[in-house]
Write a protein that binds this ligand. Structure first.
Ligand SMILES: Nc1ncnc2c1ncn2[C@@H]1O[C@H](COP(=O)(O)OP(=O)(O)OP(=O)(O)O)[C@@H](O)[C@H]1O
Length: 574
């Protein structure tokens, strides 16, 4: 069977809850599909045994029956669950459906599983993926560690966040925000500095600080859901990386820790190397990341390493906080276009807080959430934002970057001190008021959120596998050893001190003899040695703290949504 089959999997019809991902059968491209573009052919031997169809980009569907169409020798899956209104053109993320609401049909013509599965979305099929220069898959192909990639339709409604910080009255940071992020799309969060972009990302990711209180609903596929390890990723504003490792080592160690043991070490390594190439880091792969003590790669390159590490496990939901900070405009475009490509091909949901994207980068966004002072000024398709500003009396001047225009119009921070400005601009507070009063976008948003709540209810969230405890222990020990011997202060300096210390102690207490007085000398030596060794251990704290930061960052970014039900349904202390 050719390896260019559709990216779909049949799963046992067990229960209403999503069964644990296990590959049962794959749907393969039938030659006849070319003649009948709206059907998914299924191998006859699987047609009676399985009841749940999962198609990447189309979600999970319970199959009531399969019908063979004699004319085309294809099977059409009859779905029990209601289906979303897909876009009329077939694409990896939006398969077609027939006019009948109960018939699952999809067109997988024109693109292959390999095209769907570049490095971040390896397939699990028995057949190797045919190498092709067009899709960039390495010879031998890679394998999907899960039989279905979960899709995440994220919605938030009336989301508010306050912080008390020792004050009597809590300060409102986010005020009644609503919105959604769709699979396969990039949602950009934009707004002036301090408007609440990071706080919104943190709230959505369930990472709010303990001092902050959230209220509102955050739903995944219409439900209050906890995401399994590895299903989501968060790239923070600061780069939390080990300074002593090279770029290649950092990514490879992360691959060994994040990817399941079912993948061989060589597969993990090749996935890491491909990821490095994808992020344009091949030239600096052997350069140390560096830190305060020793200069290494640049800040922008560090950011790309962080993104690279987070994308290794093919998360279904990615939060990016300032992914392009520190990057030049060309690098920003390349990084964002790769992220958009990953989202498109793998049905990944991307939410990115971003400062001043160039017009090329802006065009890559599907959705735009424009914030000002913790409130939504615009939410909708990025392509319609200019129209929205225009219709409200704030047209974007010719040849101005739209994102520049939006931010200039709604930035209130410098209004008081803007006397010297020669630009004739309307008062930002009034602009914000006018835009927020425009009921069109928010009304549409509400109905979209409602639709998303209903249409995506059946979509699955599956458990991602990860490396075993043993593998993690071995890899972490190895990484820690590498980190130690490369850190002069942490390892070599202390090593020299220990040698000096033991030479000194050895000299002082040489031939103490066997008299009663020597007992006291021996006790002093033991006390002295143990105290010194304990004190010297404190010297490892900075390194330990660095290790902890990396570890906590990984745990938080992989286990997000943990606190939804706990934090986000609390009410403000009034
Ligand atoms: N722990 C906190 N205590 C008090 N105020 C806070 C706290 N965290 C954030 N804020 C305030 O909340 C507002 C939003 O902060 P946030 O970091 O989300 O903004 P941002 O839009 O991401 O800014 P930037 O673009 O500059 O990173 C800011 O005014 C900030 O001062």
């Amino acid at each position: 069977m050719p390896a260019t089959g559709p990216h779909a999997t049949l799963m046992p019809n067990s229960s209403a809850t999503m069964p644990r991902a296990r590959p049962c059968a794959t749907l393969d491209q039938h030659p006849q599909t070319a003649r009948h573009p709206r059907c998914v052919p299924i191998r006859p031997e699987y047609q009676h045994n399985y009841g749940v169809l999962y198609i990447q980009g189309a979600g999970r569907h319970t199959i009531e029956s399969l019908q063979e169409t004699k004319a085309t020798r294809q099977y059409i899956c009859m779905a029990a669950s209601p289906l979303p209104r897909w876009a009329p053109t077939p694409s990896p993320t939006r398969p077609l459906r027939s006019t009948s609401s109960s018939t699952v049909v999809a067109s997988w013509r024109g693109w292959s599983a390999c095209q769907l599965s570049p490095i971040f979305f390896p397939r699990r099929t028995s057949e190797p993926c045919t190498p092709s220069p067009a899709n960039g898959v390495a010879a031998g192909g890679d394998r999907r560690e899960e039989s279905c990639v979960p899709e995440v339709f994220l919605t938030w409604e009336d989301l508010s966040v306050t912080v008390k910080n020792g004050r009597k009255d809590p300060v409102v940071i986010l005020d009644g925000l609503s919105g959604y992020a769709r699979p396969g799309e990039v949602l950009a969060l934009m707004g002036p500095s301090g408007c609440g972009k990071t706080t919104l990302l943190d709230a959505l990711a369930g990472r709010l600080e303990p001092s902050m209180k959230g209220r509102g609903d955050i739903l995944i596929n219409g439900r209050r859901e906890k995401l399994a390890f590895g299903t989501s990723a968060y790239v923070t504003q600061e780069n939390v990386l080990m300074a002593t490792l090279t770029v290649a080592e950092a990514v490879r160690y992360s691959a060994q820790l994040q990817l399941p043991d079912s993948m061989s070490p060589s597969e993990k390594r090749s996935r890491a190397d491909d990821a490095i190439k994808q992020m344009g880091l091949a030239a600096v792969a052997e350069t140390r990341i560096g830190g305060r003590a020793r200069k290494g790669i640049s800040g922008g390159q560090q950011k790309r390493v962080s993104i690279c590490i987070e994308l290794l496990a093919s998360p279904a939901l990615i939060f990016l906080d300032e992914p392009t900070s520190g990057l030049d405009s060309a690098a920003s475009y390349h990084v964002m276009s790769r992220i958009a490509g990953i989202a498109r091909r793998g049905g990944t949901t991307v939410v990115a807080a971003i400062h001043q994207p160039s017009s090329e980068v802006f065009q890559l966004f599907h959705g735009l959430c424009l914030l000002a002072k913790g409130r939504t000024v615009y939410f909708g398709p990025a392509s319609k934002a200019i129209e929205f500003f225009d219709s409200n009396g704030f047209p974007c001047p010719m040849r101005r970057n739209p994102s520049d225009h939006f931010l200039r119009m709604i930035n209130t921070d410098f209004e008081e001190s803007d006397e010297g400005s020669t630009v004739d601009m309307p008062h930002a507070a009034k602009v914000i008021q006018t835009l927020m009063a425009s009921s069109v976008s928010l009304g549409t948003l509400r109905s979209e959120v409602e639709v998303s709540r209903t249409i995506k209810k059946g979509t699955c969230i599956i458990q991602k596998r990860q490396a075993t405890f043993l593998t993690k222990s071995v890899v972490l020990t190895k990484r820690s050893m590498v980190n130690m011997y490369r850190d002069i202060g942490y390892y070599w300096l202390r090593f020299a001190i220990y040698i000096g210390l033991f030479l000194t102690i050895g000299t002082i207490f040489l031939n103490v003899g066997y008299t009663y007085a020597s007992i006291q000398a021996r006790a002093s030596m033991l006390m002295y040695t143990s105290t010194f060794v304990t004190m010297m251990a404190i010297g490892s704290f900075p390194s330990f703290v660095e290790d902890m930061k990396v570890g906590i960052n990984i745990i938080q970014s992989k286990h997000i949504h943990f606190s939804y039900e706990i934090v986000l349904h609390d009410h403000f202390p009034m």
